[in-house]
Design a protein around this ligand. Structure first.
Ligand SMILES: Nc1ncnc2c1ncn2[C@@H]1O[C@H](COP(=O)(O)OP(=O)(O)OP(=O)(O)O)[C@@H](O)[C@H]1O
Length: 541
C-alpha cells in the first residue's frame, strides 16, 4: 500500500544528484586549499565556497519541505484508508483478529512516514560514497581498491552480527506481545484485580515480572550488540585512516598531498557510510511493518456484497423472511468452534412483536447478528418485501446487549430543538436525568440501565420500521421492566413498529405475538405467545 512511484524517484534524483555534486565540490575545494594548490588559493575562492554552501543549504531546505509534505500526505492518507477499511470490514473479522490489530497497524503506518527520508538518505549516501571512491581512484587505483576492501570488511562484520540478532529481536517482539496482553488484563480487569490479592500477586509475580525480567535481559543484549557494532563502524574508520596515514606512504602508494586528500574524503564519506549501515535496520523494520499492514488489509478485506446498497427503503416495509439460512463460525473464522445456526426458515410481518428465547449459547445473539446483516450467512437468502437482500440496515435499528453511546452524534438527526427527542426522554423516564437537549448531556456516563434507555431513544430516533433488542430489559429495574413490556412494547406496536426482542423474561411472554425458541442453533419452537404463555413450562423444557 506504500509505494514510491517513478515520479517520486525522478524528483528525488533531481535533488540528490546536484546536492551530491555540490557537497562534493565543497570537499574538493577543501582538499585543494589544504594541499596548497595554486589555482585554489585565489581571493575569489572564498566567495565560490560560500556560494556553494548557501546554494546547497537552499536546495536542501526546498527539498526537505517537499519531502515533509509528501511524507505526511502518505501517512494521513493511509490513516484515512485504514479507518475506511475497518468500517467496511465484516464484524466476524474484527471479532477474530481483535481491535489490538488496528492499533498495531496504526503504529506501523507511523513508521512509514520515515520512508521518504530514509530513501533520500540512502540515495544521497550512496551517491556520495560512489563519488568519494571515484575521487580516490583518480588519485591512486591501488590505494582506492585497498580502502574499498577495508570498508567492505567492516560492513560485512556489521551485517553478520546484525543477522545473528534476528532471532533475538523476534523473541523480544513475542515477549512484548505477551506483555501487552497482561497490560490489557491489568487495565480492563482492574476491578477484578483489586478484589483479589491472590490474583494481583499472580499477575505480577507469575506473569508481568518474569516477562519484564526476560525482556530486560534480551533488550540489554540486543542493545549492547547494536552499540558494539556501531562502535566497530566508528573505530573501523580509524583503522582505515591509520592504513592511509602510515601504510600507504610507506608502501609508496600515496604521496603526502594525496594522503591529505584521502583522509579528508574518508572523513567526509564516513557519515554516509554510517548512515547506510544504520538505514539497513530501518529497511528491516519497513519490511516487517509492510508485511503487517498487508496482512491487516487482507484480514479486514471488504466483502463486496455487503457494500451493495439496498434500495428497499423506497417501499414501506411489509415482511422479512429467512429462507434456509445457515451460518457457521468455523467457516467464517477457521476456529475449532463448530456452532452452526440454522437452517432457519422464518417469516416476520410488519407490526409483529417477536420474543426470541433460548438457553445460554443456543444461538440467539448469532441469529440477531445474521438478522441485522452483521454476519453473512453461508447458505440461504434473507428477503425483505420478497426481494433478496444482503443489507437490512435501512429497515433495522438495534440496541445490543453491550450497547455503546457514541461520544458524538454520527446520525442524521439532531437532538437540539428536537421535539420527538424531548418526548422520548419523558417516555423513557430520562427527562430528570437529561435536563436539556444538548448533545453533551446525552453522551455522558450513565448507569447501565440508563445507558440502555438512551440507546433505545437513539434507536427510535432513527425511525426505522424494525426494532431489534438484545436482552434490553435485563438491566432495567422491576418497575421499568414492567413498564417496558406492558406500556412501551404495545405502544411501539401500535405505532407500526416490528419488534424482535431477545429476552429471558418469561413473566412477560404473553406480551409478544410470537415466541421463537432456539436450541442448538435451530428454531425448536415457533408459536403464538398465547400458546406459549399457557405452557411457559413447555417452552423451557
Ligand atoms: N465470535 C464467535 N466465534 C466463535 N464462536 C462464537 C462466537 N460468538 C458466539 N459463539 C458461539 O456460538 C454459540 C451461540 O452463541 P450466542 O452468543 O449466539 O448464544 P446466545 O443464545 O446469545 O447465548 P446467551 O444467552 O448466553 O447470550 C455459542 O456456543 C458460542 O460459544
Amino acid at each position: 500500500m506504500l509505494k514510491l512511484k517513478i515520479k517520486d524517484f525522478v524528483y528525488l534524483l533531481l535533488f540528490a544528484i546536484p546536492n551530491t555534486f555540490l557537497s562534493f565540490g565543497i570537499i574538493y575545494i577543501i582538499n585543494n586549499v589544504l594541499s596548497g594548490n595554486e589555482r585554489f588559493l585565489k581571493d575569489y575562492m572564498i566567495i565560490v565556497f560560500l556560494a556553494i554552501v548557501c546554494y546547497t543549504y537552499l536546495l536542501n531546505i526546498i527539498f526537505q519541505k517537499g519531502l515533509n509534505k509528501y511524507a505526511f500526505k502518505i501517512l494521513y492518507e493511509n490513516e484515512k484508508k485504514l479507518f475506511a477499511q475497518i468500517l467496511k470490514a465484516p464484524l466476524i473479522a474484527l471479532e477474530k483478529h481483535g481491535t489490538q490489530r488496528f492499533y498495531t497497524a496504526m503504529e506501523d503506518l507511523r513508521l512509514f512516514s520515515n520512508l521518504p527520508y530514509t530513501v533520500t538518505h540512502t540515495v544521497t549516501s550512496i551517491l556520495m560514497l560512489v563519488l568519494g571512491i571515484i575521487y580516490m581512484f583518480t588519485l591512486s587505483s591501488q590505494a582506492a581498491a585497498i580502502v574499498l576492501f577495508l570498508i567492505a570488511l567492516v560492513a560485512i562484520c556489521y551485517f553478520v552480527v546484525i543477522n545473528t540478532m534476528t532471532k533475538q529481536v523476534g523473541d523480544l517482539r513475542k515477549l512484548n506481545e505477551h506483555y501487552y496482553r497482561y497490560v490489557d488484563d491489568l487495565i480492563n480487569g482492574f476491578k477484578e484485580l483489586k478484589l483479589s490479592q491472590i490474583r494481583r500477586k499472580n499477575i505480577l509475580d507469575r506473569y508481568l515480572i518474569p516477562n519484564r525480567n526476560e525482556s530486560e535481559d534480551l533488550d540489554f543484549k540486543i542493545n549492547f550488540v547494536f552499540l558494539s557494532i556501531n562502535l566497530i563502524s566508528q573505530y573501523g574508520l580509524y583503522f582505515v585512516i591509520a592504513v592511509i596515514l602510515f601504510g600507504f606512504p610507506a608502501m609508496g602508494l600515496l604521496d603526502r598531498t594525496d594522503v591529505i586528500a584521502y583522509v579528508v574524503v574518508i572523513l567526509f564519506i564516513s557519515g554516509p557510510i554510517n548512515s547506510l549501515i544504520n538505514l539497513q535496520q530501518m529497511y528491516t523494520r519497513f519490511k516487517v511493518a509492510n508485511y503487517r499492514i498487508k496482512t491487516f488489509m487482507k484480514d479486514f478485506e471488504i466483502d463486496e456484497e455487503i457494500l451493495i446498497e439496498d434500495k428497499t427503503t423506497t417501499v414501506a416495509f411489509q415482511n422479512l423472511s429467512f429462507n434456509n439460512i445457515v451460518f457457521n463460525y468455523e467457516k467464517n473464522n477457521e476456529s475449532a468452534n463448530s456452532f452452526t445456526l440454522g437452517p432457519i426458515n422464518l417469516d416476520i410481518k410488519k407490526g409483529e412483536v417477536i420474543f426470541v428465547v433460548g438457553g445460554n449459547g443456543s444461538g440467539k445473539s448469532t441469529f440477531i447478528n445474521v438478522l441485522t446483516g452483521l454476519y453473512k450467512p453461508i447458505e440461504g437468502t434473507i428477503t425483505i418485501n420478497g426481494k433478496p437482500t444482503t443489507n437490512s440496515q435501512n429497515e433495522i435499528a438495534s440496541v445490543f446487549t453491550d450497547n455503546h453511546i457514541f461520544s458524538h452524534n454520527y446520525d442524521q438527526y439532531s437532538l437540539e430543538g428536537n421535539e420527538t427527542y424531548k418526548e422520548l426522554l419523558k417516555l423513557m423516564e430520562m427527562n430528570h436525568i437529561v435536563s436539556d437537549d444538548q448533545e453533551e448531556s446525552a453522551r455522558r456516563k450513565f448507569s447501565k440501565g440508563q445507558s440502555k434507555r438512551m440507546s433505545l431513544i437513539f434507536a427510535l430516533l432513527e425511525e426505522k420500521p424494525i426494532l431489534v433488542l438484545d436482552e434490553w430489559a435485563a438491566d432495567q429495574d422491576p418497575h421499568f421492566r414492567k413498564y417496558f413490556y406492558e406500556v412501551l412494547i404495545p405502544k411501539f406496536k401500535k405505532e407500526g413498529k416490528t419488534i424482535i426482542a431477545v429476552t429471558h423474561d418469561d413473566a412477560y411472554f404473553h406480551k409478544a405475538d410470537r415466541i421463537i425458541k432456539f436450541d442448538y442453533g435451530k428454531i425448536a419452537t415457533n408459536v403464538k405467545s398465547s400458546a406459549a404463555s399457557k405452557s411457559t413450562q413447555n417452552i423451557w423444557s
